[in-house]
Design a protein around this ligand. Structure first.
Ligand code: MYR
Length: 131
């Protein structure tokens, strides 16, 4: 189950990924230490998500397979949805400003939540521990 609170523990290639997204250097440096904390609560196909970081706090919900909008911390708007493939969450989102696609997955690996991100050929990971 994905339910619970997850605190980012480490990241892989996240700065390159943000650079590809067009995030400037100062923000990339800040985002590397954003203390991201995500709380997920799934009921059937519906997820309630609380996001907290040094940038903002955000409460939202989505339903698997249903398109919704999501703003990145810098205001970049994405539109897309999450789905399930076996036990893995797979999200496909499109940037509203340039039409490029960002894909992301969440999987539980051991006692960690591993989130992968892919944009424009650049892949990154953030690994979360229960907190
Ligand atoms: C959620 O389930 O947490 C809400 C929906 C997430 C949508 C896609 C996430 C992409 C995040 C990319 C981070 C890039 C930061 C520069």
């Amino acid at each position: 189950t994905y339910n619970g609170t997850w605190k980012v523990d480490r990241s892989e290639n996240y700065e390159k990924f943000m650079e590809q997204l067009g995030v400037n250097m100062v923000k990339r440096k800040l985002a590397t230490h954003d203390n991201l904390k995500i709380t997920l609560e799934q009921t059937g196909d519906m997820f309630v998500v609380k996001e907290a970081s040094t940038f903002r706090t955000l409460d939202m919900e989505f339903t698997l397979g249903v398109t919704f909008e999501y703003a990145l911390a810098d205001g970049t708007m994405l539109s897309g949805s999450w789905g399930m493939e076996g036990d893995m969450m797979k999200g496909t989102f499109t940037r509203k400003d340039n039409g490029k696609v960002l894909t992301t997955t969440r999987a539980i690996v051991g006692d960690e939540l591993v989130q992968s991100y892919n944009y424009d050929g650049v892949e990154a990971k953030r690994i979360f521990k229960r907190g």
